[in-house]
Design a protein around this ligand. Sequence first.
Ligand code: HEM
Length: 440
Amino acid sequence: MTLTSEPSVIRRPGRIQTELLAAGAWSARHGIARVAMGRARRRGDLQAIVFSDPAAREDPYPLYRRIRERGPVVRGEFMACTASHAIADGALRSDAFGVAADASALPPLARWLLSRPGRTVGPVTPPSLLAVNAPDHTRYRRLVAKVFTARAMEALRGRVASLADELLDRAARRGEIDLVSDYATLLPVTVIAEILGVPADMRAQFVAWGAQAAPVLDIGLSYPEFRRVDRAIRQLNGWMSGHFERLRRDPGDDLLSRLVAQDLDENELLAIAGLLLAAGFETTVNLIGNGVSLQLAHPAELEVLRADGGWANAVDEILRYESPVQNTARRALRDTSVEGVPVRAGTFLAILLGGANRDPEVFDDPERFDVRRHNAREHLAFSSGVHYCLGASLARIEGEEALRRLFERYPDLAAAGRPRRRPTRTLRGFDRFPVRLGRP
Ligand code: HEM
């Protein structure tokens, strides 16, 4: 399609139509799953417990262990799941599997809803990179991949470090800060805003939309939760559409200006830009928050880093031990087998990345947090295969610079209250973490 095609956000549906579309989209993606999961959980189904039990959100690791001990692929009432590193990696790399949210995988009602004008274009529905298979996926990914190469990202390291210092200078005046809102979010949101070329004064608004939209990755949301998510994504899309218009009239030398000049329709543009923006900070914030929490809980590990450096490996160990994205899913496109385990066509496989990252087949003594672990980098926190995280190099650099600068400048950093876990399941991290910086 061409740029002249009518943007969907301009063909705004009426209020009643919006309500109906939202109710239908909620039933198809969350409502039915919510009821089925509730029933299955009461019958002790392990997958249902992972995805809906409150205690499993707090500490999912014992459950992952039970699932792994039960077998490489555990079939539950409504899907199969794996906490095995070999199966997770094998399925993610296999072309016999596609993304679970690909339109052809959806029930007819959901497919119909997706074809309606006025439906919400978000990160987990086509044409998002996370929700399409080849050849669309290959085409979209090619458009942005060259901007995020390891080399291009390494060139940004100096900027990331000086930004970390600026934020810490500002924090120093207060002594006590909320690590999440004053540091761990501001660093990646500023960097991704600069890469995309969106105005810095929109950062607070992006952060607010990001926080409201983050549960979109979970399944089984309640209707009010779903509506909050939907509203935030619509507001972001509305702003983005206006921004694309400005860039068409007056392009700059940034990624979004280049994207609007491509042969993409409005929904494709919204999906790519929205995903890059949100994935650019909603994940890295958890890496930094989880990293601080782990270092404070393991002072001997922090001493190792102080004495010998090695922050790059420590960041991979943080990603392994407390993965910011705990799970993803795939669907078998044909009868196949992974590591010798047969999988029937149509099977949905929940891939518990956080569980695979503690698989004793790959990681010795996996429940131990060890910043010198020799193979920490073999984790699957950034997924694997064709959907491997596009921002992995950037996230590693941000995590490394943010944590190193913080602990080097404030060796006495301490918690100043209990950190609060964010309410999401797929995204694992904190949404509030008061800390006292201590003497510089
Ligand atoms: C610690 C930080 C991060 C983690 C843990 C993370 C994790 C992930 C994971 C697990 C996936 C693949 C999901 C799947 O296979 O279904 C993914 C994909 C993606 N990530 Fe990240 N991510 C992080 C940071 C970033 C950053 C900074 C960006 C910014 C550019 C980014 C952009 C993307 C994009 C665009 C995709 C979709 C790739 C595709 O489908 O081809 N991520 N990320």
